[in-house]
Design a protein around this ligand. Structure first.
Ligand SMILES: [Zn+2]
Length: 163
């Protein structure tokens, strides 16, 4: 069993639907219902997870004496931290996570644990996220200033390249 495996695995536990975490070709996939839906849209139902196991937040399963449970990561729709408990030890593995409120997904939940493991791309110092309300204000102002044009929203890297 692997969490966010980069190669096809017999059983994959997937933290969220982004392509660098959710890949196709696994024998079985355990994830939140929204992450499974995203994977099915991206890869097709059969390719994404021939055997899929959907778990809501707070739900989970047991394998080999280890109890797995899904908790919200606040990153994107369906994103989860995976809590693993064994012999009184608690380990949390998460992909990207976000502590700032986001109306598009369940909010990050602090999960008490002994060990926290994260692979959070946007935790790198190069990423500086401005205040949400400030960005929404800029979008509204741009749309009102140029009603004849489309306003595109994309990653900051794209915005810098285009000037
Ligand atoms: Zn992500």
């Amino acid at each position: 069993m692997w969490i966010d495996p980069s190669k096809p695995a017999e059983h994959a536990v997937i933290t969220h639907g982004h392509a660098d975490h959710a890949r196709s070709g696994h024998g079985a996939v355990s994830a939140t219902p929204d992450t499974l839906s995203i994977m099915a849209l991206r890869y097709g139902v059969d390719e994404a997870a021939p055997t899929s196991n959907a778990f809501g937040y707070g739900d989970g399963f047991e394998k080999g004496g280890v109890h797995f449970r899904f908790h919200p990561a606040g990153h994107v729709l369906g994103s989860a931290q995976i809590l693993m408990e064994y012999a009184g030890e608690r380990v949390v593995v998460t992909g990207d996570y976000k502590r700032r409120p986001d109306p598009t997904c369940a909010g990050f939940e602090v999960v008490p644990c002994d060990i926290f493991i994260s692979e959070a791309t946007f935790g790198l110092p190069v990423f500086r996220h401005p205040a949400t309300q400030e960005e929404i204000g800029k979008l509204i102002q741009t749309a009102q200033s140029h009603p004849d044009r489309c306003v595109l929203v994309g990653p900051m890297r794209w915005a810098r390249r285009s000037g």
